[in-house]
Ligand binder design. Structure first.
Ligand SMILES: O=C(O)CCC(=O)C(=O)O
Ligand SMILES: [Fe+2]
Length: 559
């Protein structure tokens, strides 16, 4: 029984007993685990099958290793360029981290990646033995959770794949000082299941209903908690609880074992917790390996803002945003498209056609509000009035906000809706509009702040869209209309007439000035007249229609 406010205790003896003794004990213990996972996400396991003598020995040898001088500990640093899934070996929290601890990370010894301290002798044997015993315990708790989650027998075991992503950390936390006492900041584990073996110092705490519950040291017991993988698979039915380590006046040692899932596994809520029970998935899928890598980077390069730490809880309980940013095949495609084109067509984007129609039926100010919502906005791009979905994402390295612009196929979302006029486009914030009048105005108006405001508007547009619409720009509207009109007239001429304006062979123009068409095999279907600064003397102008040359010249000439 749990003491008041303490962690639930589960006796695993029935699972390890002979068949006769199992009887009702197994069902009761399974229920106790289920209850603990729902209420705390944590429990204390007793009679778990890991010999207490082994736990004590491994902790003792860990403590001895960490007392060595830094230069000795540094001999167990990870090997550069190793292909280990994690940096196996000795490490310390970066100096700028508020968490003060050091650790030795170990992968499955069978993988051959580990770098063990050679001193004290016996360290390697003890931790390898612990690793094996904790793996057995992991398989047992796996099966118990499988039962608690109502999954087909052996499902989680098969789903996990091989055990190549399991790892263990031998940890030492430094004594607290008067100013600070964080050993490990509040976090959730990215594992499937975690196990903690700790010495008698204490400091591990679990967040329950807004209160920190101490996971007090009890000799021979192991603290068990479920991690993010189970929370996502169960669509939030079982919780990966927040926990932390508070430093005490003396060094504290622990062994934390993370029972994971194979790196290439795709993690998303299981149908048993979604489609089969009529619930919407609360998380998007992600590749486990990517998730682990990001979390590890958070440890070695702690983000300055807590909200930038990767985890499923803080950032995506309701809007699992970061998961989208990881490298699912679709995300890789987005990243590549943004790198190469800056634009991409999104299909199956989840914006229902009715929503788009409803959106355009909204009054202008309502559209503006929607547009300003931080995650996904609808906007209108270009004179064709094709609808674009603009997604403001955060760069993977948290450096800045970018806008990925996607123009869904015009056919499915073209919106020649009444009211979608140029004014309406501006009103809903389609492209930012910048009024350049202050720059063209007299000095008095400039000084009145207009130029500064317009500059700020340009900066903002460049940050958010990379595009903006200018008005009062100094190019006469009549001239623009006339140039377009004369261009249209030129292109309507027969091909042999247009060909007369082909670029001159051997001309020294920086690019072929004159008329051209996209090659027949190009996906792009257009024709054009390329015009350079008339003063360079390279241009080949169509002789027809009359006025074409002078209008092009005027349009290029600064006023
Ligand atoms: O050292 C402990 O008690 C807990 C360690 C832990 O929570 C972790 O490494 O994720
Ligand atoms: Fe943890």
């Amino acid at each position: 029984m749990a003491a008041n406010g303490a962690l639930p205790v589960v006796d695993l003896a029935p699972f390890l007993a002979g068949d006769d003794d199992k009887a009702g004990g197994v069902a009761r213990a399974t229920e106790a685990v289920h209850e603990a996972c729902k209420t705390h996400g944590f429990f204390r396991a007793v009679n778990h099958g890991v010999p207490p003598e082994l736990m004590a020995r491994a902790l003792q040898l860990t403590a001895t290793f960490f007392t060595l001088p830094d230069e000795d500990k540094d001999k167990a640093r990870p090997i550069e360029g190793s292909e280990a899934p994690l940096p196996a070996g000795y490490g310390r929290h970066p100096v700028n981290s508020i968490d003060k601890n050091e650790y030795v990370i170990m992968c499955d010894p069978k993988l051959g990646f580990n770098v063990y301290p050679t001193n004290p002798s016996g360290f390697r044997e003890a931790v390898e033995e612990c690793f094996a015993k904790l793996t057995e315990l992991g398989l047992l708790v796996h099966d118990i959770l499988n039962e608690c989650m109502g999954l087909p027998a052996g499902f989680l075991k098969d789903f996990s794949g091989d055990r190549s992503f399991d790892f263990m950390a031998a940890l030492r936390y430094f004594p607290a000082t008067e100013e600070e006492n964080s050993g490990l900041s509040a976090h959730e584990d990215g594992s499937c299941i975690s196990f903690v073996i700790q010495d008698g110092v204490g400091g591990l705490e679990v967040l329950k209903d807004g209160n920190w519950v101490p996971a007090e040291p009890v000799d021979g017991s192991i603290i068990v908690n479920i991690g993010d993988v189970i929370q996502v698979l169960s669509n939030n039915k079982l919780k990966s609880a927040t926990h932390r380590v508070v430093r005490k006046p003396v060094h504290r040692h622990s062994l934390a074992f993370f029972f994971n899932i194979r790196g290439d596994k795709w993690i998303e809520p299981l149908p048993e917790f979604t489609a089969k029970v009529g619930e919407a998935p609360r998380y998007r899928g992600f590749m486990y390996k990517e998730y682990q890598q990001r979390r590890l980077r958070d440890k070695t390069h702690p983000p300055s803002r807590p909200e930038d730490v990767h985890g499923i809880q803080r950032r995506c309980a309701r809007s699992p945003w970061w998961t989208w940013r990881l490298s699912s095949p679709a995300t890789r495609a987005v990243r590549e498209a943004c790198r190469t084109h800056g634009f991409f067509h999104a299909v199956n984007h989840g914006v229902p056609a009715e929503l788009l129609a409803a959106f355009f039926a909204l009054p202008g100010e309502e559209k503006t509000k929607l547009h300003r919502s931080p995650s996904a906005v609808l906007t209108v791009s270009g004179p064709s009035l094709a609808v674009a979905v603009v997604i403001h994402a955060t760069h993977a390295d948290n450096s800045d906000r970018v806008a990925y612009k996607s123009s869904p196929p015009v056919s499915s979302h073209s919106c020649d809706q009444p009211g979608a006029t140029t004014e309406a486009m501006a009103a809903i914030g389609a492209l930012p509009v910048v009024d350049l009048a202050p720059f063209l105005a007299g000095d008095d108006d400039k000084a009145a702040g207009g130029a500064a405001r317009a500059t700020e508007a340009v900066r903002e547009a460049c940050r958010t869209h990379g595009f903006f619409r200018v008005v009062n720009h100094g190019v006469p509207t009549e001239l623009m209309a006339r140039a377009l009109q004369l261009s249209a007239a030129f292109f309507s001429l027969p091909d042999e007439d247009k060909a007369k304006a082909r670029p001159a062979e051997g001309a020294e123009a920086p690019l072929p000035a004159g008329y051209a068409r996209q090659p027949a095999n190009s996906a792009d279907k257009n024709e054009y007249v390329m015009v350079f600064d008339p003063k360079l003397g390279f241009n080949v102008y169509p002789a027809e229609p009359a006025g074409f040359r002078s209008v092009e010249t005027q349009i290029r000439t600064p006023t």
